[in-house]
Structure formats: structure tokens, C-alpha cells
Design a protein around this ligand. Structure first.
Ligand code: RAM
Length: 367
């Protein structure tokens, strides 16, 4: 069953239940939503109404006004997500909607569940979610969807059956391939490498690591590289710093640490900067975090996409879905200055290719 079919079924079941419970009948989806509303920080569901009234407007690609859109990152206080949030907020404000940024301080799935449940009760029009686990959030997401929220994942996906659309930073395998290529270059083609990741269940990091492992096994260019360990810093600075220290104590001959997380790469660079180890640090980082380490030679090259643009695209996607402009594969919409996007197979929308940053170009970027 596709997400849209599931969604229709869940709404039908909710309506059916509402009708069965209503003595005088006449229950509408809106009144079911009102029944579910706890009254805490109520948000008007004007977007759904606009979409109902505005079938023609949606066909013309017009966004509904007054949409309530909330971004729920893996964890707050991560500069990467703060940049995404700034992008999303600018878009929602420009469209005349209400924007909120909320989430746990630790990157765990169980902490995200209670935030999703609260958003369900508030009746938001769209949730922009970077998930800490591909499956553990599904039942709370289904409930939010039944209440009328568009479930838009960005950055880190859930199982496609638990969301409407996924805004992916980069096309398929490109991140994993860029990571192993940078590691090989910085190891001069041979020796031990290790991965310092985010959380063990993060779908995005795990997909990139799987591509790296596949390349190591099957690409002859990497035959002399050996992945000796993968450790998890949980997107926490202190834990990532300690895991870097542990990695280097266990593997003193390590040539490269690959950290496919903005939190991990920063902590690893800081540890290496203050140590006597001669080890390269690469992975995914923001230019603003990494500038100091590139300028002093601790880090040669790393990569990332623009997290602000990712947030913008996620917000446009949520607004377009909630407005009825897009619903699935093949549908197109205009994401402001970012241009026109088409929903691809499995409901995935792709931002664009990653950029590599080094001493030659890092000062051209400010995020
Ligand atoms: C961290 C998070 C995020 C990831 C970036 C590269 O900020 O784990 O999900 O996309 O790193």
C-alpha cells in the first residue's frame, strides 16, 4: 500500500469512528480534528480548508495561506539543523504561515515520539522531520497523518510507508561515494580508515556507510584501504570527542577518520588538533565549523550540501503537499528561488549535489 492509500484509509477509519461515536451524525474531518485537539497552543487548520476551497488554486500551483508548519530535527542545538530551520522559517513566513522549530536535546527516537504526539494534538498542517530511527516513529506519525498533518521527512528518512514525501539532500549514493573518495585521497590510497558516525539507527548515516562499505569491497580503486572500526558519537560533541580518542588509542596507525556528521567531524578535528596523532579527518561538516581546522591544516577537505537550502526545500514541499499542489511521484512545484522540483520514485525530492570544501573555496561560504 502506498502512503497516500494508507493515508486515505486511516482518514476513512478515523471518520468512520467519528461517525459511529456521533449520536446525531454530521461529523466532518474537521470536527474529528477539533475533538482531538487538547486546546494547548491550538493552531487553526486553515491550510486544509484552503486546500478544500482552492482546488483551482492548487492546480495553479498556489500555496494555501495560514499553514502551520513545524520542523522537528534529530536534536535541537545542532548548528546544522539551526541553519535548516532558518531556511524553513523564511519560507513559511513568506507564505504567510505559522512556523515552529521544536525537538529533543538528545538525538533519540523515543524523545522524538512525544514531540510528534504533541504536534498531532495541535493539528499542524505539516511536520518537517529528520528522523532518529526509520521505524520507531511510525505509529505516532500515522496518528499525526490521520489528524491531517502532511508528514515530510528531510535529511534522515523513515520507512516510506510512514511518511508522505522525503526531501533528500543528495541523489542516492553520491554522499557515500564522495566520502570514500575523500578518504582514499587523504590516505594516499592505502591504510586503515575508521568511521565516526552519529547515532547507530540514523537512516541517513547508515545508508552512506553502507555505500562506503560496498565501494571498499567492490571498487578496485579502494582495494588497499581497510575499514577497521565504526563508532557512534550520537551527534553529541563530548561523546564524539571521546570516541575519537578511543579510536586513535585502539588504532594508532589510523590514516583517516571519516565522520559523516557535522557534530562528529568538528569534535574529531578538535581532538586531532590538540593531539600528536598524524591522522586525516574528513566527512560532512559546515564551512563555518571547519574553517579554523582547514586554515591551520588539521583538515584538508570535507563535503556538505547547503542545510539552509535543504530547510527551504523541506518547507516548500510541506506547504505544496498541504496545499494540494503535489501528492506523489511525477508532481511538480516551484520552490521559490530554488526553482522547480519534481517528486521522484518513492516520494523522494532531491536538493542537489554536495559541495567539497577546502582551503581554496571555504571562505566563499558562510553557513
Ligand atoms: C548531523 C546530523 C544530520 C546530517 C549531518 C551531515 O548534523 O546527523 O542528520 O545530515 O550531520
Amino acid at each position: 500500500m502506498t502512503r497516500t492509500q494508507r493515508r486515505t484509509r486511516v482518514i476513512a477509519l478515523t471518520l468512520g469512528l467519528g461517525l459511529a461515536l456521533s449520536a446525531c451524525g454530521g461529523t466532518t474531518q474537521d470536527s474529528v480534528e477539533e475533538d482531538q485537539d487538547t486546546g494547548a497552543d491550538q493552531t487553526e487548520d486553515a491550510g486544509a480548508d484552503d486546500a478544500d476551497d482552492g482546488g483551482q488554486a492548487a492546480r495553479d500551483g498556489e500555496f494555501a495561506e495560514d499553514l502551520a508548519i513545524t520542523m522537528l530535527p534529530k536534536s535541537v542545538n545542532n548548528p546544522y539543523f539551526e541553519t535548516s530551520s532558518e531556511g524553513a522559517e523564511a519560507v513559511v513566513t513568506e507564505l504567510g504561515g505559522t512556523y515552529e522549530y521544536t525537538g529533543p536535546s538528545d538525538a533519540s527516537a523515543s524523545s522524538q515520539v512525544s514531540y510528534i504526539n504533541t504536534l498531532s494534538q495541535q493539528g499542524v498542517d505539516a511536520i518537517l522531520l529528520s528522523a532518529n530511527d526509520p521505524n520507531a516513529l511510525c505509529s505516532s506519525l500515522d496518528q499525526a497523518s490521520a489528524g491531517g498533518a502532511a508528514i515530510i521527512t528531510f535529511d534522515s528518512d523513515v520507512d516510506p510507508s510512514c511518511r508522505d514525501l522525503f526531501v533528500s539532500q543528495v541523489d542516492g549514493d553520491e554522499v557515500g561515494k564522495a566520502l570514500i573518495e575523500m578518504a582514499a585521497e587523504q590516505a594516499d590510497g592505502e591504510g586503515q580508515i575508521a568511521v565516526l558516525s552519529a547515532t547507530a539507527n540514523a537512516a541517513n548515516q547508515n545508508a552512506w556507510i553502507a555505500v562506503m562499505e560496498d565501494e571498499l569491497e567492490n571498487n578496485p580503486d579502494y582495494a588497499d584501504l581497510e575499514l577497521v572500526a565504526t563508532v557512534y558519537g550520537d551527534d553529541e560533541d563530548e561523546k564524539s570527542f571521546a570516541e575519537t580518542q578511543g579510536l586513535l588509542q585502539a588504532h594508532p596507525d589510523l590514516k583517516v577518520i571519516v565522520a559523516p556528521t557535522t557534530v562528529g567531524i568538528l569534535a574529531a578535528a578538535r581532538y586531532v588538533q590538540g593531539s600528536d596523532y598524524d591522522v586525516a579527518v574528513t566527512g560532512l561538516g559546515t564551512p563555518n565549523d571547519m574553517r579554523e581546522y582547514v586554515n591551520d591544516g588539521t583538515v584538508t577537505e570535507f563535503a556538505l550540501w547547503d542545510p539552509g537550502a535543504l530547510g527551504e526545500l523541506a518547507a516548500y514541499t510541506g506547504a505544496a503537499f498541504a496545499s494540494g499542489i503535489i501528492s506523489g511521484e511525477g508532481d511538480t512545484f516551484t520552490a521559490g528561488d530554488l526553482g522547480e522540483y519534481t517528486v521522484g520514485p518513492e516520494g523522494v525530492i532531491i536538493l542537489g549535489p554536495p559541495t567539497r570544501f577546502n582551503a581554496d573555496n571555504i571562505d566563499d561560504f558562510n553557513f
